[in-house]
Design a binder for this molecule. Structure first.
Ligand code: PLP
Length: 422
């Protein structure tokens, strides 16, 4: 390896789930003819109606005089103006807001946005004080693990668990008796709906977190990659929460455009402006082609429509298949708990007091041709030991119905053996 700086070395490490993905890719490649049911993917499926929407918008762009302006010219760091305007108009109408273009920033994917924010608000101040990036409810999105150039700035809080033992269901809640936001906090960040758990923090919980942060003039970033109005991957009622100290962050990746890398931040002008400068330094601006076609899809109402009629029912249905298969296959006496499926494209399974680690369980499941993701990589910023971290699994809803059902039957057998061996 070449000589690397501290940041170079840090950034060349694979963090969180990326490290496991490497093992999965090698497994799939080296399978010696073995067929795997791969329920590890974070990649959404290509749904034909969604692909068609983007094809149609592309055709529209190609036949428009706008085309040259979109791909042959540099633009502003803030984003492609017609797209920014489309977002402002849509959100003002839909949620009764009063956004101007100064409240919106477009980034190359929302991951980039979290990188800008984590390093703008988290890390060392000029006077050497460490500002924390608070994740109020752990587990949360594994990608937060690598976003801060000062990794120790990331501080996650253990949740409380609402357990419905008879139903084999549970739900995480923020633990407000522990959660602390102080002058040492630089920003707050969480996903809603949550990857990996499918949890949706209630409107009240979100407002309570925002209120805790309000006295400190710091942003609360709500990662809405799965939220309404698009891709609307919420299976329970939820309203996006806006407010003076909230940065509402979105992504078009789960609405069929992950390859185009489009992230959107909506919030107070003073924060949008600093993030825009950060972006100008790093990348000048985000690619404009995806923004241009997205502007069509938003202005026509097509994107919202397809989110509600195609994307949401597709994954909600998959969750039902998974839930039903687990209920049929899992021995009733085992302490298994499925997180309430309130949104996103994953199921989250907790095997309480599992006698082996999540990593060992993952390996055993591979032996029977099923790949899911061990849960311990979804607790970025939570340093303390907690047995629960090694008892959970993320199961992607991107398989076919048959694959999901078969995988849950095999998982039930492996679980039964694992508890028996204890
Ligand atoms: N946030 C959450 C919760 C995600 O699940 C993902 C991707 O899986 C991202 C952010 C990053 O998405 P993108 O950079 O494609 O917008």
């Amino acid at each position: 390896n070449p000589a690397l700086t501290q940041i170079g070395a840090q950034m060349s490490n694979l963090t969180g789930v990326r490290a496991i993905m490497k093992d999965i890719i090698e497994t799939l490649r080296g399978g010696a003819g073995q067929q795997f049911i791969n329920l590890s993917a974070g990649n959404p499926l290509i749904l034909p109606e969604v692909e068609q929407l983007w094809r149609d918008c592309t055709a529209q762009l190609l036949s428009s005089p706008e085309y040259g302006e979109v791909v042959c010219r540099y633009g502003s760091s803030q984003g492609y103006a017609p797209f920014v305007e489309a977002i402002a108009n849509d959100f003002n109408k839909r949620y009764g807001l009063n956004l101007s273009d100064r409240n919106i920033l477009i980034t190359p994917g929302s991951q980039t946005l979290y990188f800008y924010a984590a390093n703008t608000f988290g890390g060392y101040t000029p006077s050497g004080e460490l500002k924390q990036i608070v994740l109020p409810l752990s587990p949360d999105y594994t990608g937060y693990g690598g976003v801060c150039l000062v990794p120790k700035a990331l501080k996650a809080y253990k949740p409380t668990l609402d357990i419905d033992a008879a139903a084999h269901r549970f739900k995480y809640r923020p633990d407000f008796s522990q959660l602390t936001i102080t002058e040492k906090t630089g920003c707050v960040l969480f996903s809603r709906p949550c990857n990996p758990t499918g949890n949706v923090l209630t409107d009240d919980e979100v407002k309570k977190i925002a209120a805790l942060a309000a006295p400190y003039n710091l942003p609360v970033l709500i990662d809405s990659a799965y939220a309404p109005p698009f891709p609307a991957l919420n299976f329970t009622e939820m309203t996006p929460v806006f407010g003076d100290n909230i940065l509402h962050c979105m992504s078009l990746s789960k609405a069929g455009l992950p390859g185009e890398r489009i992230g959107i931040a909506i919030g107070d002008e003073k924060w949008i402006e600093v993030l825009e400068c950060f972006q100008a330094n790093i990348s000048l601006h985000s690619s404009r082609y995806g923004q241009a076609i997205a502007a069509y899809a938003i202005n026509s109402g097509g994107l919202v429509e397809i989110s509600h009629t195609v994307i949401r029912p597709f994954y909600q249905n998959k969750f039902t298949v998974l839930e039903t298969s687990l209920e049929q296959a899992m021995p009733k006496n085992l302490p298994w708990f499925l997180h309430r499926g309130e949104g996103a494209i994953f199921a989250w399974l907790w095997l309480q007091d599992l006698p082996i680690s999540d990593w060992e369980f993952y390996q055993q499941l591979k032996q029977v041709g099923v790949i899911i993701v061990p849960g311990s990589s979804f607790f970025p910023g939570l340093e303390e030991e907690w047995a629960h971290k090694h008892q959970c699994f993320r199961i992607s809803l991107t398989g076919s119905d048959e694959e999901i059902a078969t995988a849950m039957q095999r998982l039930a057998k492996v679980a039964e053996e694992a508890y028996k061996g204890a």
